[in-house]
Ligand binder design. Structure first.
Ligand code: PXP
Length: 238
């Protein structure tokens, strides 16, 4: 079970004052020292937190696995092909959204995405798609040439523990179907120190992408320790 730490909100804090600190590069180093298996950033079209400079520097300093979250646009593909992260998770992007709103609807997007994905794969980038927990979406992700899906856990995360058993069952069904299609399975969005362990009952999930909860904890204990604590939580399932 792997943990990729999303450092976007260190850049959000930096941009709140238009300063050059705190630096997401520093956070990435601390996260790796804290035991993270990877670093994730979302380079948004509006560049409201992570900038190209961050992504470029991260490519040079990240020693684990660098994942770029990005929208399926030509300009993002050009940047990704130039900088070449280890992995790309394709996400939907809506101008003005506070955070990613749901998975990409693959039943609407079709053949263009197949070419888009194969261009990135030709650069030796491992390509995944962020999808809602829906078997049809997982099957479509495989058909379009993705290598993994990241299951959107925002509904799960917002549901009370007593009620989220149904959501875990839904996620488990999709994870199994995705694995049958030959896809890797990750999960992310809204996960924290308390709700992540309930997903350990889904063995197909091999990676978690977690950002906000770690950044929020880091304010009080430091980024390295906040990462270490999440690594400890995830070790419980290893
Ligand atoms: N996965 C995706 C696709 C995301 O867009 C985000 C948020 O940037 C995350 C995971 C991490 O979510 P959180 O910050 O709530 O942990």
């Amino acid at each position: 079970m792997q943990l990729s730490v999303n450092v976007d909100h260190i850049a959000t804090l930096r941009e709140a004052r238009k300063e050059d600190f705190p630096d997401p590069i520093h956070a990435a180093v601390e996260a790796e020292l804290g035991g993270a298996d990877g670093i994730t950033v979302h380079l948004r079209g509006d560049r409201r937190h992570i900038k190209e400079r961050d992504f470029e520097l991260l490519r040079r300093i990240v020693k684990t696995e660098l994942t770029l979250e990005m929208a399926a646009t030509k300009s993002m593909s050009d940047i990704a092909q130039r900088i070449v992260p280890d992995c790309i998770t394709i996400v939907p992007e809506t101008p003005g959204e506070v955070t990613t709103q749901g998975g990409l609807n693959l039943l609407r997007l079709k053949e263009d995405l197949k070419i888009f994905i194969s261009t990135l794969r030709d650069r030796n980038i491992v390509v995944g798609i962020f999808v809602d927990p829906d078997i049809g979406q997982a099957k479509e992700a495989a058909r379009l040439g993705a290598q993994y899906i990241e299951i959107n856990t925002s509904t799960y995360s917002q549901t009370r523990v007593t009620k989220n058993k149904d959501e875990v069952i839904r996620i488990a069904r999709v994870a199994k179907a995705a694995k049958r299609e030959g896809l890797g399975v990750h999960a992310g969005h809204g996960l924290d120190y308390k709700n992540t362990p309930h997903l350990f009952s889904v063995p197909e999930i091999t990676g978690f992408s977690i950002g906000f909860a770690i950044v929020a904890r880091a304010v009080f204990v430091g980024f390295r320790q906040a990462t270490q604590e999440m690594v400890e939580v995830i070790k419980g399932a290893r």
